[in-house]
Design a protein around this ligand. Structure first.
Ligand code: BGC
Length: 713
């Protein structure tokens, strides 16, 4: 490229490019690379999935070994920004080693329905939580000189019909629920790229959505990176370019040609391509591709699995898996003593020997190694403990030759003498994957029946669940003593599980999605998957815990829930209002004490929620505003200060196009989950300075005049 400041150099290069060169640069060269322009010294760069490890393909469906970390739903459950940053920088490091310049992640779509097949790749049902975790992730990857692609922008909340479904969503819901995590990560972590989603939003494909890609993303949030399409998400290349979509991926013959034709037909000026061309060149510049890096790629083909970094990253994957798993139930404090002190342990279920470490689809990483839970458990327990194993049920893999009834009978027999039975249950790939949704929330029938028959033996039963998103446990929940939620825990999930079961580690993961009692209770039940191409987000901002709290419904396990082997108490709540230059209250600092009153070291995830029951719009009774994980030795106490940012008090007013704070008393609830509140206070905040909020009566003339107030498109 030409010399000068980076900006001047990019502009000069754009000026020297032909129309054909620009049009070609704006569509991929192949599945993963951008087009090179040797005449101008422009190299191609490589984009790869993401998000929980690098999937650098060397041939279709063959990729270089890379560390398979726990998937995003598990990473989110750590609630630990520092840990996410460390995991992400390890992923960034591996990407760099493998010649990947942009990692296609993190995925930060909201979990609107637990049926979404791709929930395992998403962080949360809460935008603040997902946004905060994503900031840490983007910082981590980008600290290694590798870009990220925050995806899927936006409102990609189901896999069924994902290419054409139109999410019909009002603007307030978009801003507060479906765009908020993107806004946070774009404005705070400056990702190199954002990936548009497949679906339509209020009738317009995300890839062609000017309001979304230009007005909101660039003009309002100041995004200065590149917008890339999801793979084959572009339907009309000219409309997409006009909307703000820079790079179409993967390669596509029609794309560049339609841009060239549009210029030839006089419906577009060649200069219309310049801004997007400049953004691709800036991305290539940032990637800093050099010959040395290409050497590294070739070497890494054989070496990736055995480097010291691979061992360190495997250990990090184990740490993350340990921190992610959630102890949902532990009747009579069964764990960890029941496993640690047992003479005979019967382990049932193929997930213990052949773990399902990740979900199906584009995020599938070729792991550097895999450690299973059965081997890890045998290693963790004294030699004289007998650890028996029975398969119990078929995995669902069509090539597997297992007679279901024999497997069932053998498992019950193997468990009959056990001091404790540990069942590894879960969802098989064929039920939970990118590309389609689940049909219901149950475990496969044969697993439910087996759990019940094992429980009928009258011995303590622990169930370890492998799944990326909530399941319905009604059939067997009350019959078992303990439930450890194991997620899709990555290549080192086995030893993590063993450490938690035996008490070498203390559980600290917390749910980032509500586990409902049944599917019919869930927020999107009435509208999902939509009718004839449209899905109406009628529940508005009330997704996740906001929905259940609003309706006063019982849930199986609430957002933020997770047990520990120790106990924590909370106390001494103090609140300090912080004023901005104009004297207006901007943020509120909340300080409280957390004490480990139990007997083992543990990590508490302290959560702060705000309660707004007076604003003129429907808001969830409680919204997460801040959180922190606190590691404490037995008897240790810490003062924790968390900031409630100004935005937490506010709702989005579509009339004034502004975030409004309504005067009144707001509750501040501090606790261990969204439904385990330990401390409570309130603050009386004044209204914002934007004048009165217009009422329905004030707005009637506008609405009569046919002005659309609520549906951006
Ligand atoms: C997925 C993206 C992924 C891309 C490339 C698409 O089908 O939706 O998340 O990054 O493929 O593999």
């Amino acid at each position: 490229m030409t010399t000068g400041t980076p900006r001047e150099s990019v502009d000069a290069t754009v000026a020297s490019m032909t129309l054909e060169e620009k049009a070609r640069l704006l569509t991929g060269m192949d599945a993963w690379q951008t087009v090179a322009v040797p005449r101008l010294g422009i190299p191609s760069i490589w984009l790869s999935d993401g998000p929980h490890g690098v999937r650098r393909e060397t041939a279709p469906l063959v990729s270089l070994p890379a560390t398979s970390f726990p998937t995003e739903s598990a990473l989110g459950a750590t609630w630990d920004r520092d840990l996410i940053r460390r995991v992400a920088s390890a992923i960034g490091h591996e990407a760099r080693e493998q010649g990947v310049h942009v990692l296609l992640g993190p995925g930060i779509n909201m979990k609107r329905t637990p049926l979404c097949g791709r929930n395992f790749e998403y962080l949360s049902e809460d935008p603040l939580h997902a946004g905060e975790m994503a900031v840490a992730y983007v910082e981590g990857v980008q600290s290694q000189g590798v870009g990220t692609s925050v995806k899927h922008f936006a409102v990609n909340n189901q896999e069924d019909e994902r290419h054409w479904i139109s999410a019909v969503v009002d603007e307030r819901t978009l801003r507060e629920t479906y765009l908020a995590a993107f806004e946070r990560v774009v404005t705070r972590a400056r990702p190199w790229t954002v990936m548009c989603s497949y679906n339509r939003i209020n009738g317009v494909h995300a890839s062609q959505h000017h309001w979304l890609l230009t007005q909101v993303l660039r003009d309002e949030w100041g995004f200065d990176g590149l917008v890339v399409s999801d793979w084959a998400a572009v339907h009309d290349r000219v409309a997409a370019l006009r909307a703000g979509l820079d790079l179409e991926m993967p390669t596509c013959v029609a794309g560049p040609q339609s841009l060239i034709d549009a210029v030839a037909a006089g419906v577009m000026a060649s200069s219309d391509l310049d801004a997007s061309t400049a953004r691709v060149l800036t991305l290539v510049d940032r990637a800093g591709v050099g010959p040395a890096q290409r050497d590294t790629v070739d070497r890494s083909v054989d070496a990736a699995a055995s480097t010291p970094a691979a061992d360190a990253h495997h250990a990090l994957a184990q740490e993350a898996a340990t921190r992610a798993m959630v102890l949902l139930r532990n009747e009579g404090s069964l764990l960890p003593a029941a496993v640690r002190d047992a003479r005979i342990v019967t382990v049932v279920g193929g997930f213990a020997t052949t773990p399902r470490i990740q979900g199906g689809g584009s995020a599938e990483v070729a792991p550097t190694k895999v450690q299973d839970a059965l081997t890890a458990l045998r290693e963790a327990l004294p030699e004289d403990v007998e650890v028996r194993f029975a398969l119990g049920f078929p995995s669902g893999d069509p090539v597997e030759d297992v007679d279901a009834s024999t497997a069932h009978t053998e498992a019950v027999r193997a468990a009959a003498q056990a001091d404790v039975i540990v069942v590894f249950a879960g969802l098989p790939d064929r039920i939970e994957s990118e590309g389609y949704d689940r049909r219901d929330l149950r475990l496969p029938d044969e697993q439910e029946r087996l759990i019940l028959d094992l429980a009928a033996l009258g011995r303590p039963v622990v169930v370890v669940v492998t799944a990326g998103s909530a399941i319905d446990m009604a059939a067997w929940h009350d019959s078992v003593d303990a439930i450890l939620w194991g997620w899709l825990a990555g290549q080192a999930g086995g030893p993590a599980t063993a450490d938690l079961l035996t008490g070498r580690a203390c559980p600290s993961g917390r749910l980032t999605e509500t586990f409902p009692l049944r599917l019919a209770d869930t927020p999107a039940f009435a509208t999902y998957p939509g009718d004839r191409g449209e899905v109406r987000y009628g529940e508005g901002t009330l997704i996740g815990y906001r929905w259940y709290d609003h309706h006063g419904m019982q849930v199986r396990y609430p957002f933020g829930h997770g047990l520990s082997y120790t106990e924590f108490t909370y106390g001494d709540l103090e609140v300090v209002e912080r004023r901005g230059d104009g004297g207006d209250i901007v943020d509120v600092d909340v300080t409280f004490s957390v004490t480990n009153t139990g007997r083992v070291p543990g990590i508490e995830v302290a959560q702060v929620y705000v309660e707004d029951r007076h604003s003129p719009v429907v808001r969830g009774p409680r919204s997460l505003a801040a959180f922190s994980s606190v590691a404490l030795a037995p008897g240790e106490s810490a003062r924790v200060t968390l900031r409630i940012e100004d935005r937490s008090w506010r709702w989005y007013d579509v009339v004034t196009q502004a975030w409004r704070r309504s005067a009144g008393m707001f509750g501040i609830a501090v606790g261990s989950s969204s439904r385990d509140i330990r401390l409570h206070t309130s603050v009386d905040l004044p209204a914002d300075a934007l004048g009165p909020v217009l009422t329905g009566e004030d707005l009637a003339p506008v609405v009569r005049a046919g002005q659309r107030l609520t549906m951006p498109r």
